[in-house]
Design a protein around this ligand. Structure first.
Ligand code: SF4
Length: 687
């Protein structure tokens, strides 16, 4: 093949962050395979990593910036200022130059700020762009717009992991490298369909479980990992906190805790112990009375014993965080590690399986309303996305910059979202494609994808990876759009390249990144470096002390109260269906890239509803609509399955046309406002 080059970089999809090697010729990616020396991918990629590059050449890619006709009709001064730049595209859009789009955005931002103040402006970012872009968006929002409102898509996924872990041990990130799975003696996976959502991590878990029979899995439905589990827990919906408290109860009552670790490394254990012992629901015998789940009264103590007595790791996903008690459940996970000393050493740790390829980085860069870069306190706290939606509805937030976060697809309560977005005077969107949020933009700017740029990405084990472009693109990087906008508004954004921004990040966020120069990251492109990176990097966190003010790990007990499915079962009144949602292997989130990669799209062209086979045959139809108190889905194909319990339904949310997220309202985690996507009561209507 002509001019064939092999270029290595990091996969653009999930938080595993696999090392890839792409064959590129004549500025086209021909194929992608695992980097032969990749410490994350270990020679394997999932289908997304392997085949998910077709989007690069999709005819749907946004190229020239666009401005809505309606926006220009409503803003004649802006129309006048950029008129020579406009070319008619269709009945909705004009095309214009990047300069024109930047000028229009800056004029409108300035006008809104002059009329309504800086707090009427906000930025919301996705987490699949680089750290440099995330850093610059929060800097631009805080320093140039003067607004404290900046958030990212961790709001709908692992914000509760950040909250729960920072509250207890001072750092909201995985404590160990993935390869520590090979050093562990026991593993618990809770609320994570790892084989579909984090497949390359799941390979390691399956490998160890097959060899050592050392895996416990809890989920509301039977997932692939259950096949390899010694302890197979199928639990009622919304019971994570209960199960975790019960394990803590067993560890305390059977005195399986580590006295020395508690004494030397933690604070508040005695109070925690008293609280748990006085909570009647913490005793696993509670399940003896719960029809269909009686076996959990015996299974939970067995899991707790093995966990406490062995070198153990816990893995969790959105099945834990996307609930009303998501943050409390994460704290309850940490309690188990603090009681038993299962943290701060190889083979023992806490592993939130974060979703997007750079969601760890987006949070580290301060793209959060309550943290500046490096989790320092911001001058003024802003509002989280769900609060911003309410402010938009009330007409107090009027202008939003959106960097790759499909608010109209992956957030809940989409009828409300539609009304809120309709109230805005300005919505600027930076995107690869005309996604659901992009359709609603006033100004839409096409940007480089991750495979077309240089930048730092931080995966779910805190590993920094410096990406390099596989192909060259004329489109601007996200940070270039923000820099231009910043300069147009009078700010000093004289960055020549992404390295200049990263050098600034290393100064601002020196506690994590002082030693992570581009040069060093380039040298370690395959191995990667785990933060904090100074003279050395840090594969294992919390070895000597926790990153709390007093250096101790802290306990915060929260008693579980039965609700939803569990309450109905205990009252013998179970009716209707409980829906849980999640991902499938071949698609990724809003599918904007995967559905434009032919080999992936063919595998999963629409969202499918999994239903218990006996219930499905009793229902007698294969196409249904789901309805909740908030809205209804589009018609969905039903796939009967003996792996799913009665009264439980599972559906993916990748395709906007299925309208799954219209079913969800404002139920959310009380600290972080993360939507309770993992359980909602629905009724089935025959379609
Ligand atoms: Fe990419 Fe995640 Fe698949 Fe690895 S596991 S190839 S990072 S999508």
């Amino acid at each position: 093949m002509e001019n064939l080059q092999i270029i290595d970089t990091v996969c653009t999809y999930c938080g595993v962050g696999c090392d890839i090697a792409a064959s590129v010729s004549n500025n086209r990616v021909q194929s992608i395979s695992a980097h032969p020396e990749g410490v994350v991918s270990e020679g394997k990629l999932c289908v997304k990593g392997k085949y998910g590059f077709g989007f690069l050449e999709s005819p749907d890619r946004l190229k020239t910036p666009r401005i809505k006709r309606r926006f220009l009709e409503e803003n004649p001064e802006i129309l006048k200022a950029i008129e020579p730049d406009l070319i008619e595209l269709d009945e909705r859009w004009y095309e214009c130059s990047l300069e024109g789009a930047i000028k229009a955005a800056a004029l409108k931002l300035q006008e809104i700020r002059d009329r309504h103040g800086a707090r009427s402006l906000a930025s919301i970012g996705g987490a699949r762009t680089s750290c440099e872009s995330a850093y610059l968006l929060q800097k631009f929002t805080r320093e140039t717009l003067g607004s404290p409102h900046v958030d990212n898509c961790a709001r709908v996924c692992h914000a509760p992991s950040l909250k729960g872990m920072r509250t207890t041990i001072g750092e909201g990130a995985a404590t160990n490298p993935y390869n520590d799975i090979y050093n562990t003696e026991f593993m618990i996976v809770l609320g994570s369909n790892t084989t579909e959502a984090h497949p390359i991590i799941s390979n390691r878990i399956v490998d160890m479980a097959s060899k050592h029979d050392n895996l416990a899995v809890f989920d509301v439905r039977e997932i692939t990992l259950h096949r390899f589990a010694k302890y197979k827990g199928i639990i009622p919906h919304e019971c994570n906190l209960l199960i975790l408290n019960m394990m803590a109860y067993v560890i305390i009552t059977e005195e399986l805790f580590s006295e020395s670790f508690i004494q030397n490394r933690t604070a508040g254990f005695e109070e925690f112990k008293a609280q748990i012992l006085s909570d009647p629901l913490a005793n696993p015998r509670y399940f003896e009375e719960i029809e269909g789940y009686e076996y959990l009264s015996k299974l939970i103590p067995k899991v707790a014993r093995e966990y406490a007595l062995k070198k153990s790791m816990i893995f969790w996903g959105l099945g834990v965080t996307e609930h009303v008690d998501g943050s409390y459940s994460v704290m309850a996970i940490v309690h188990l590690a603090l009681m038993t000393g299962n943290v701060g050493k190889s083979g023992a740790g806490l592993m939130p399986l974060r979703g997007q390829n750079n969601v760890q980085g987006a949070c580290d860069m301060g793209m959060l309303p309550y943290y500046a870069p490096d989790y320092q306190s911001p001058k003024e706290e802003g509002l989280a996305t769900p609060e911003l939606i309410d402010e938009m509805l009330e007409g107090r937030v009027k202008g939003v910059l959106n960097m790759g976060e499909d608010l109209m697809h992956i957030h809940p309560n989409l009828n409300k979202m539609e009304r809120a977005l309709g109230n805005l005077e300005l919505l600027v969107v930076q995107e690869l494609f005309e996604t659901e949020i992009a359709k609603r933009a006033d100004i839409l700017i096409g940007v480089k994808s991750a495979y077309e740029k240089t930048g730092v990405y931080i995966n779910a084990m805190r590993r920094l990876h410096l990406s390099q472009p596989l192909v060259q693109s004329e489109l601007p990087d996200d940070w270039e759009v923000i820099s231009r906008l910043g300069r147009e508004l009078g700010g000093s954004y004289e960055y020549g390249d992404s390295k200049a921004i990263w050098d600034e990040v290393r100064e601002v966020a020196y506690r994590r990144f002082s030693g992570a120069s581009y040069q060093r990251l380039e040298r370690h492109r395959v191995r990667g470096l785990q933060w904090p990176v100074h003279t050395e990097d840090t594969p294992i966190l919390h070895q000597l002390d926790f990153r709390t003010e007093d250096g101790c790990g802290h306990f915060f007990y929260h008693a579980y109260k039965p609700r939803g499915m569990l309450l109905e079962i205990s009252q013998k009144s179970l009716s209707g269906y409980y829906l849980t949602t999640g991902r499938t292997l071949a698609q990724y989130n809003n599918a904007s890239q995967t559905k434009r990669s032919e080999k992936l799209h063919r595998r999963y062209e629409e969202d499918i509803l999994l239903m218990n086979d006996k219930e499905a045959s009793a229902l007698g139809v294969n196409r249904v609509i789901l309805r909740s108190e908030h809205g209804q889905s589009a018609p969905l194909w039903v796939k009967p399955s003996d792996k799913i319990s009665p009264k439980t339904l599972f559906c993916t949310f990748h395709h906007a046309s299925s309208r799954i997220n219209h079913l969800f309202g404002d139920r959310r985690d009380e600290f972080t406002l993360t939507a309770a996507f993992k359980s909602i009561k629905v009724e089935i209507i025959k379609a």
